[in-house]
Design a protein. Structure first.
Length: 291
């Protein structure tokens, strides 16, 4: 770790989810490199965290390559390295598909997808140079898998869909470097992004009949990063799991099933179902955390 204390870069941490993520990791003892587009707003937010010796700031347009490079440079100069990146910066706004302009589409693609891509590149180069692994958490949206007709948001969803795909791809590509890549995909969360709307009116679309809170998303991020951001905690994504290992497990379970075949066809079908469920459950656990 960087000087035995993990260093966490959190983009879009001037408010909302990003600020809650920064606060949570700071309270856990980590160093924080905070980011925001507006330097004054970012400085004001950082002041509320109350531990200036463990907080550094770097302002800039997240869609620009030099912003990601500046975040890494600040982390290295101030704290000695980078252990965790939380790609939270981005924008979201509903608008009917046929009314979206080219400029608005570019805005979402730059802020959500391009920004995440370029910042992650800068951080991964540093993590690979350090040679001690790391963790990257991207913030997506549940609407990628559960679009809502009455909430048209094709432009931001197109950009966030790219972030979802990037997450899966990098989870596989970077696993040999012990760099874990995961995603938290919230629904509607109470943040300043919805300041002009009655955000609680969206509560009915969630199973708990309420919107999410920034602190809850921050805790999910912390869970995926792991205790103290330890590189010894290796989280493998499904893409990074060994196909051969899964096949061996399947073969072992098949052999066990044949050795203890039930007396009726119905029970046999049930046995196969349980075996498959167990195999899928283990595979899904690899997508979360293996300690």
């Amino acid at each position: 770790m960087s000087n035995s204390t993990p260093t966490v870069i959190v983009t879009g941490s001037s408010s909302g989810i990003g600020l809650e993520v920064a606060r949570l990791f700071l309270n856990d003892g980590a160093n924080i490199v905070a980011h925001g587009r507006d330097a004054k707003k970012l400085a004001a937010a950082a002041a509320t965290l109350g531990v200036p010796e463990r907080v550094a700031c770097a302002a800039g347009d997240i869609g620009e390559r030099n912003t990601g490079e500046a975040l890494v440079r600040v982390a290295v100069e101030r704290f000695g390295g980078v252990d965790v990146l939380v790609n939270n910066a981005g924008t979201f706004a509903p608008k009917p598909f046929v009314e979206v302009t080219e400029e608005e589409l570019d805005h979402f693609l730059d802020g959500n997808l391009r920004g995440t891509y370029l910042t992650t590149q800068a951080v991964v180069r540093r993590m690979q140079k350090q040679g001690r692994g790391g963790a990257i958490i991207n913030i997506g949206t549940v609407l990628i898998d559960h679009a809502i007709g009455g909430f048209p948001a094709s432009a931001p969803l197109a950009s966030k869909g790219g972030v979802h795909a990037l997450t899966r791809s990098l989870a596989a590509e970077l696993a040999p470097d012990r760099i874990r890549v995961n995603m938290v995909a919230p629904g509607v969360v109470r943040t300043p992004l919805h300041a002009q709307a009655n955000v609680d009116a969206f509560g009915g679309i969630a199973l708990l009949n309420r919107v999410g809170e920034g602190r809850e998303i921050a805790e999910a991020v912390r869970y995926l990063v792991g205790p103290s951001s330890s590189p010894g905690i290796f989280c493998r994504s499904m893409a990074a799991s060994s196909a051969a290992e899964l096949e061996r497990e399947h073969a072992d379970e098949r052999d066990q099933h044949h050795r203890s075949k039930p007396s009726t066809g119905r029970a046999s079908a049930g046995g196969r179902s349980v075996s498959c469920s167990h195999r899928v459950a283990r595979a899904l656990l690899r997508c979360l955390v293996l300690r």
